[in-house]
Structure formats: structure tokens, C-alpha cells
Design a protein around this ligand. Structure first.
Ligand code: FES
Length: 146
């Protein structure tokens, strides 16, 4: 979605732009680079995250906007199958153990504007991704369930 309005501290989307029971991708500036986030909407309940896996810092999707697992109960990284709780971003399965997605705070304003507070995310100060050498066993397990 390229029409988000905003500055370096927040961006505004309209609730009507956000797919229900699905995710919507948006872009924003973080530490001088353009990064992606995504919003998940279930009615008036929303949550947003940086599009960055906690296993290796890749986007969760393959630029196809698909974030949900087949059962629609978790987000699933398409690289190695890490799964995350929809509402907390916590890793629930796969090679992201003990990690979580980086959340983006938001509020819904009176006029159905969804304000995403992206100013706290600096690409240069993000926590390091998990050691790639550690989760090989988990990756093998996950690949069996896809
Ligand atoms: S990069 Fe997401 S599971 Fe490995």
C-alpha cells in the first residue's frame, strides 16, 4: 500500500483500507530506509508489526502479502515456517523460539483513521535476529508440517 499519509513519527491509514480477517502491508521510513509493516484486522480489533521475522531478518511474506498460516490462526513466515501469535506477536512454533515480532503501536481515531506510531522503530537499532545456526533442528521439524 503506497498511499499512507504521515511523517517519520506516525502514519495514518483509514480503517476502510484494511482487509478484515487479513493483513494489509504499509511502508514507512525507519532510520533513513523504507521498511514494511503489516496490520491485521479483525473488525475493530487491530494489531501491527514490522514485517521482519525474528528468526532471520527477512520479510514474513514473499512480497505476496500472505502472512497467515493455512488455519488463519497464526502468522507464518514463508521462509522457514516460524509461527507467531496474531495478537502478541510471540513465537509459538518454529525457529523463532523465545522471540517475537516487533509491534507497532496504534490507535483508532474518531474518524476511523488508524494511526500507526512508527517513530520508535529505527532500522539501525533493531534487536539482532536469532542466530541462524541454532534453529536447524526446528527448521527441519517445521518443514515437515507445511
Ligand atoms: S526467516 Fe522466518 S522462519 Fe526463518
Amino acid at each position: 500500500m503506497g498511499n499512507a499519509a504521515g511523517d517519520h513519527q506516525h502514519i495514518d491509514l483509514h480503517l476502510g483500507q484494511l482487509q478484515n480477517l487479513n493483513t494489509t502491508v504499509f511502508e514507512f521510513q525507519a532510520g533513513g530506509v523504507v521498511v514494511e509493516g503489516f496490520v491485521y484486522r479483525d473488525g475493530d480489533r487491530l494489531v501491527a508489526y514490522l514485517n521482519r521475522c525474528a528468526h532471520v531478518p527477512y520479510p514474513l511474506d514473499f512480497a505476496d502479502g500472505k502472512f497467515l498460516s493455512r488455519d488463519n490462526k497464526t502468522f507464518e513466515c514463508q521462509s522457514h515456517g516460524a509461527r507467531y501469535n496474531l495478537w502478541t506477536g510471540a513465537c509459538v512454533r518454529g525457529p523463532c523460539k523465545d522471540r517475537k515480532l516487533i509491534s507497532i503501536p496504534l490507535v483508532i481515531l474518531n474518524n476511523n483513521v488508524v494511526r500507526l506510531f512508527t517513530g520508535g522503530i529505527d532500522e539501525n537499532r533493531l534487536p539482532p535476529a536469532q542466530d541462524e545456526s541454532q534453529p536447524v533442528d526446528d527448521v527441519d521439524k517445521v518443514s515437515g508440517i507445511r
